[in-house]
Each structure stands twice: as structure tokens, then as C-alpha cells.
Write a protein that binds this ligand. Structure first.
Ligand code: ADP
Ligand code: MG
Length: 212
């Protein structure tokens, strides 16, 4: 099985729902080491995405991702708006004209999205950002692919790796974004952007759990 366009739309809806449910928690995390707006920022963006999805539901997956990315850039603001926006726009470039995704297609999309985030934000692994959650996801996907895993199992492994990457941000000193202003006082807190990235990968695994 592959990931159909409808499944992609389902995932975007599931991600929006997870952000909505956890907006207060994300904001709490961002209050600890930032300015307390990550949950509100992401929720505003994903609710705006929900309003435009019906208009692009008959397009190819690349067009859908690009539209989502542009909407996030224009509605989220802060650091995470351009970063998540770039992530989706680059995923859209990598999936242009596709009506379904194989595991290889998904890995190519994730790689393009991840590279875009790194190019834009200049964060390295260990800087206590969303990069620390997305990087292990990509590594896990490639390991699973090389082992010949089903998409569903690869996605589950990627979600688990993302969760570990998210939790591993707790002892780190923030070196990018607002949290970096706190220096050592950022230690002991989980990064909000890494946490929203975990919802992204977790909802992919949940939504596409039957894809083989
Ligand atoms: P802001 O920091 O402008 O208030 P948000 O609160 O919405 O924006 O997002 C903060 C999150 O953005 C952080 O938790 C971190 O994961 C992510 N982030 C910030 N700067 C960078 C960067 N340069 N590279 C990657 N991620 C970053
Ligand atoms: Mg913030």
C-alpha cells in the first residue's frame, strides 16, 4: 500500500486536531523558555489550514503541501511560522504532481522539509529546537526502509524516534531562538517546537497506520 492523497488530507486534519488539543500545553512549554505563544501560533496556523484544505483537496499532494506551507507562513508568525511553512513548502516541491506516496517518496519529502528547516533556521542537532525531533525521525525512516519495513512500521519507528528526540531536548542548553536568551536557565525544559514536531510524526503514524 501507499499513502493516498486522501490519507495526506486526513493526516493534516489529525495534526490540526492534535495541535488544537495540546495548544495550552505547547504554550505552557513556551512560557517556560520562550514567550508563551507556540500553542496559539500553531493553532492559529493549523485552523487556517483547515479552512483552505477543501479548496485544494482535488489537487496533487505537492500542491496541497505547498498551499499548507504558504498558509502557515502567512498565519503563524514567530520563528515557527517560517520554519513549519518552509517544511511544508519543501515537502511540496519534493512531491510535485504525486497523487500517492511510497515510503521512498515520504522519505524524500521529509528530507526536503528537514533540509529547508535547517537552511532557514541554521540550527544544528543539539541546539534544543524542532531539528532535534525531526532529525531522528528521518534517520529512523531510512533505517526502516533499508531493512525493508512496511510503511506503517517505518512511521511508527519514526514517531518513537521523534518522541525520544523531543525528550532529549530537556537537558539541553538552547542555542537558537528565544530560548537561547536564557542560556543555562533553559536546561530542564522540553522544547515546544520539538513537541509540536512530535505531534506531526505521531499523527502521521496513527493516520497512516494501515499503509503497507
Ligand atoms: P517564537 O520563538 O518566535 O515565539 P514559537 O514560540 O512559535 O516562535 O516557536 C518556538 C520554537 O521554534 C522553538 O521551540 C524551536 O523548536 C523553534 N525554533 C526557534 N528558532 C529555531 C531555529 N533557528 N531553528 C529551528 N527551530 C527553531
Ligand atoms: Mg514563542
Amino acid at each position: 500500500m501507499t499513502i493516498s492523497r486522501d490519507a495526506v488530507l486526513d493526516w493534516l486534519e489529525a495534526f490540526a486536531a492534535a495541535i488544537n488539543e495540546n495548544a495550552a500545553y505547547l504554550t505552557q512549554l513556551d512560557s517556560d523558555i520562550g514567550d508563551g505563544d507556540h500553542g496559539a501560533n500553531m493553532n492559529r496556523g493549523m485552523q487556517a489550514v483547515l479552512t483552505i484544505l477543501p479548496g485544494v483537496a482535488d489537487k496533487d499532494i505537492g500542491s496541497i503541501f505547498k498551499t499548507v506551507g504558504m498558509k502557515l507562513v502567512s498565519t503563524v508568525g514567530g520563528a515557527s511560522g517560517p520554519l513549519y511553512g518552509t517544511f511544508f513548502m519543501q515537502m511540496g516541491n519534493a512531491t510535485a504532481d504525486k497523487m500517492e506516496l511510497t515510503l521512498d517518496d515520504w522519505i524524500a519529502a521529509m528530507q526536503a522539509g528537514y533540509d529547508g528547516v535547517v537552511m532557514r533556521g541554521k540550527a544544528q542537532i543539539g541546539d534544543k529546537t524542532m531539528v532535534d525531533a525531526l532529525s531522528p525521525a528521518l534517520t529512523a525512516l531510512k533505517t526502516q526502509r533499508d531493512a525493508g519495513a512496511f510503511i506503517s512500521d517505518a512511521l511508527r519507528a519514526a514517531a518513537d524516534a521523534t518522541k525520544q528526540g523531543m525528550e532529549a531536548t530537556i537537558p539541553l542548553i538552547a542555542r537558537k531562538g528565544r530560548a537561547s536568551y536564557l542560556g543555562e536557565r533553559s536546561v530542564g525544559h522540553q522544547d515546544p517546537g520539538a513537541t509540536s514536531s512530535w505531534y506531526l510524526m505521531r499523527t502521521a503514524a496513527e493516520t497512516w497506520g494501515k499503509a503497507r
